[in-house]
Design a protein around this ligand. Sequence first.
Ligand SMILES: Nc1nc2c(ncn2[C@@H]2O[C@H](COP(=O)(O)OP(=O)(O)OP(=O)(O)O)[C@@H](O)[C@H]2O)c(=O)[nH]1
Ligand SMILES: [Mg+2]
Length: 659
Amino acid sequence: MSQKELNLGILAHVDAGKTTLTERLLYAAGVIDDVGSVDAGTTQTDSLALEQQRGITIKSAVVSFTVGDVHVNLIDTPGHPDFIAKVERVLSVLDGAVLVISAVEGVQPQTRILMRALERLRIPTLMFVNKIDRTGAGEERVLQLISERLRAAVLPMGTTNELGTRAASFTAHGADDADFVARLTEVLAERDDRILAAYLEDDGGVPYDRLRTELAAQTGLAVVHPVYLGSAITGTGVEELMSGVAELLPAADGDPEGPVSGSVFKVERVSGGEKIAYVRMFSGRIRTRDRVRFGHDGEGKVTAVAVFERGRAVQRPSVGAGAVAKLWGLGDARIGDRIGETGVGATSAQFPPPTLEAVVVPADRDERACVRVVLEQLAEQDPLLNIRQDDRHGEISVSLYGEVQKEVVQAMLMDDFGLDMTFREATPICIERPTATGEAVEILHAESNPFHATIGLRIEPAPIDSGIEFHAQVDHRSVPLFVYKTAESFGVHMDRYVRETLREGLFGWQVTDCSVTLTECGYSVPDGPPSRRGPLSTAADYRKLTPIVVMQALERAATVVCEPIVLVRLEIPADTVGAVVSLVTRLGAALAASATRGQLTTLETMLPAARASDLQRQIPGLTHGEGVVEMEFGGASASVGPSRRDDGPHRTPSTGANT
Ligand SMILES: Nc1nc2c(ncn2[C@@H]2O[C@H](COP(=O)(O)OP(=O)(O)OP(=O)(O)O)[C@@H](O)[C@H]2O)c(=O)[nH]1
Ligand SMILES: [Mg+2]
């Protein structure tokens, strides 16, 4: 089969027209006979009742079509920042992307955030300037904004006629368009000396075919971004975009004969509770009835495989490298899990974690357990939705990005499960950082040590945003190989026990920015020398002793609680600066920078996350509705003092750690 596979993501700020464009692409490719509408709730990808009622995308959805010899799996993503976690996982499985930008609104806050993530991951990206049929649509202005605000090398692939009217259309540039050829040559020569040399050598210029091939190559390296313009509503420009996708974006590679490797980017529960994992295959082949490994130590038998063909998922005996499939049977698979060879090519987080959490209040207290189970199911589908149970108060908290996500969670519980609940006001999620080095050790046979193992750990502060690093610095002869098989596997397990413990530090918050070293370990065996004689050590001994030693070391290191900080960028009419500055000052922040260009003033400031939402609420009123607020996670501040998460006594390490 000579068909190529391309896994394509459609990304944009909320409401830019991703779902409408997806619908148009399916129509243009002949997959559907009628174009559905977001406003009528009849599109292929907004399939949840809640999406249809609200006209916004909440989850990512896969459809497929074929252009020429390229089979495209298209992933429509949500644009609202509250659902960024869904986009996060999709990014790691893409061969290319289309970034949609509204011709009226131009570059919006989320457009920038997404473009930065695409650039970091070097994902080849085409841009589609949508809504050219709407009054107020711009061409030059928007292209200018794209190159200025996204600081990206862009190349318009055509031009519009009758912009801003229902009759607006897009005409692609071709080989006979001298200006386009000149611009194309210039853009390419800037990044490739061979094109420059060919251009200088040959009076007739570089052959057009070679320029197109080179354009595909530079697009594939994500250094140049071809821009199409059009309207997802009228369909103009969509066929040209589709040809661009096939011609300019690189198809998936990967060896179908190689070892099995894939990544779970979405999980879905169907009625009856059965779980389906959406997997992108990077290498190898998975067949029905294969046993596969996933995540840390998950394993399961694949009971069915479906791949995407002509829009929908169809059952097939297997799925190979490059493709996307739905897999049944992997009940414990979680979003983000690697399948097969573990640890290969996992991508790190691209977007900041939620900064707020809210306590869930079930209308009927007796339904608390139910609410928790359902929330945990939702969390499986959304890796950044953390559920936390506070046993002291019997409360459940959920980490959240914002108000819309709150409403969606609430509506899903009500509509799908008949559970009525509300949220208490959201509070910031802090972190703890160690302030000094702390060490602790529990020795085998010591009276304080109820387990058959020796563990010594050192915790040291590490640079901000470095996360948790774990090293094992022990003699391999002291490693219990009869439990963990290899020293490496022992290290991986110890790393995990340490990380699990550090999820709640001395004040109940996640501990981070530290380096943890295993300084000592030991085991007991029935026939060992007296110092090591005793019942055979087991994995449970290490798993249960680790939290005790971690917490002792942490107490000696002492931690400081840090509050999340948000970087805020405001774009406001110049005549409202006075009012906005006094609001910012009232909220307790200092202005970091300000600049005025024409009628608009840009202000930058940093605020605790808890205050940032106040600011966001008040800006429209102060700026005749014209102010734009852009927010970005700015890390965690220095100390906010020893504020406890549950304002109770600090926790004692549990000796019955789970798993
Ligand atoms: N006039 C006009 N309206 C459009 C066009 N594309 C989309 N729309 C409208 O814009 C609104 C948002 O469109 P969607 O396709 O839901 O946008 P989206 O990017 O998928 O939105 P989210 O998934 O919620 O982020 C709907 O009312 C569409 O009808 C277009 O080209 N022209
Ligand atoms: Mg959508």
